[in-house]
Design a binder for this molecule. Structure first.
Ligand code: NAP
Length: 434
């Protein structure tokens, strides 16, 4: 065997990865030259879903990343530590690294890629975003000749599953989350998914590749789906929208001067039903890339799961093996496969975002309420696309407003003024519109 793999983790993704590597028939012939050499796990007693010699398993993961025989370390153990330290140690020992760990890359990418470039090794991460969907490699290669205008993704299967069910069943978020947990579609602790943090990790990686600079994760605006109500989903539907948790990175074209800013954000969004992302439902993921001159390209598929994610992991292993086999000089990293970003992208503050908004108001049912709302919006240069009085809740009337494109700062100021009106009881929801 030409290439030896040290696998860190034999859980969902590690098992799928081993299954592909141990059964290469009918796949790319180079896979026959790749050997699962060592496998690091936490417990040696657990039953495993893949047949392999027990002697390959060890709980001493450090011995794998320092083993002189290992060519490529595949980190599919998850978590921040010890994953980060093991990746860095593997790099320091001259190993190429393949990882599915978006949490580590989005936080420590700077440190990891700087170390990898110094050591002349590759760090590949196709599986970190969109599971089985090949999107990282196209962004690095085929799409890189374009000026990218935007990357918009449904990159979290759990939240897309919950929102899709809220849409079809009309249920509330908390009921459907509880059911999704029972069915195994949501984690026992769903925070990273429902609060949009997982999507932000993934968008940090996508935006960095699409816009050629590092992204500081805390600068990504992040709002989850827990406040989306069945009422909003129903009103959105009537107005011709479906609500999706979108991760968006966008820069106006022509590309502005270096140092000017990029929008990067994650939030529930009203998506027009005619938009290509509106029909992505259930646990599926999709990433829409828009660039000049290519126009729109959309990637769609399974964003998680053992087999799909392993497909992405093994594609990275194959790429590295192919370069090594063709005599790739380790000191000269392939420029389309390595990461050479030095600078951080400047991220625009949310007040400067220009977008449409949807807002739902509960108002005291008195004459002239809609006029007062219109006046307050007008005072802050917010023009309205539609205003609908939708129903009566006891003493209160419900009014739903969709704005034209407006600066977020102006919209927020208008809302501050509206909150002071004695006819306004509350503003239960404010959502952005794509
Ligand atoms: P998992 O099923 O929980 O498996 C983790 C594996 O790593 C297990 O084999 C575990 O050993 C081992 N492990 C964890 N911590 C360890 C430690 N400290 N020392 C030794 N071994 C340790 O996780 P997964 O779902 O495969 O996810 C792995 C990575 O892939 C994560 O970064 C995740 O974000 C990413 N990813 C997952 C998916 C997916 O569909 N699951 C999709 C895309 C990306 P034991 O088996 O002995 O417990």
């Amino acid at each position: 065997m030409a290439f030896k793999i040290g696998l860190l983790g034999l859980g969902t993704v590690g098992t799928g990865t081993a299954q592909i590597l141990l059964d290469p028939q009918g796949r790319h012939p180079l896979l026959q030259e790749i050997e699962v050499y060592r496998v690091g796990v936490r417990s040696l007693d657990k039953p495993r879903l893949v047949e392999m010699s027990e002697s390959l398993l060890t709980t001493d993961l450090e011995s794998i990343v320092t083993d002189p025989h290992v060519d490529i370390v595949v980190e599919v153990m998850g978590g921040l530590e010890p994953a980060r330290s093991l990746i860095l140690k593997a790099i320091a020992n001259g190993k190429h690294v393949v990882t599915a760990n978006k949490a580590v890359i989005s936080r420590y990418g700077d440190e990891i890629f700087t170390a990898a470039n110094q050591a002349g090794v590759y760090v590949m991460l196709e599986a970190a975003v969109g599971g089985g969907i090949p999107v990282i490699q196209p962004l690095k290669q085929a799409l890189s000749v374009n000026r990218i205008h935007s990357v918009t993704g449904i990159v979290n299967g759990t939240t897309n599953y919950i929102l899709s069910r809220m849409q079809t069943e009309g249920g509330e978020f908390s009921e459907i989350l509880a059911d999704a947990q029972q069915l195994g579609y949501a984690e026992a602790d769903p925070t990273a998914d429902v609060d949009g943090l997982d999507a932000a990790d993934k968008m940090a990686i996508l935006a960095s590749l699409a816009f050629g600079g590092r992204i500081k994760l805390p600068e990504i605006y992040c709002e989850g789906i827990s406040k989306v109500s069945a009422a909003d989903i129903a009103y959105a539907e009537k107005l011709g929208f479906t609500i999706k948790l979108l991760a968006i990175a966008k820069q106006d074209l022509p590309a502005p001067e270096k140092g000017t800013s990029l929008q990067v954000r994650v939030h529930p969004t009203l998506v027009p039903k005619t938009h290509p992302l509106a029909s992505i439902s259930g646990v599926y993921n999709a990433i829409l890339v828009e660039g000049e001159p290519i126009g729109q390209v959309m990637f769609y598929g399974r964003g998680a799961g053992s087999g799909p994610t392993a497909s992405a992991v093994v594609s990275d292993i194959l790429n590295i093996a192919a370069i090594l086999k063709s005599g790739g000089d380790a000191a000269k990293l392939h420029p389309l496969l390595s990461c050479s970003h030095q600078d951080y992208c400047a991220i625009a503050p949310m007040e400067e975002l220009v977008t449409r908004f949807y807002a739902r108001f509960l108002t005291r049912d008195r004459p002239g309420v809609i006029g007062k709302l219109g006046t307050s919006f007008g005072n802050h240069q917010v023009s309205l696309e539609s205003v609908v009085q939708t129903g009566i809740h006891g003493e209160l009337a419900e009014i739903v407003v969709v704005t034209h494109d407006v600066r977020e700062g102006n919209f927020r100021q208008a809302l501050d003024e509206i909150r002071t009106l004695d006819t306004i009881d509350s503003i239960p929801s404010i959502l952005r519109v794509l």
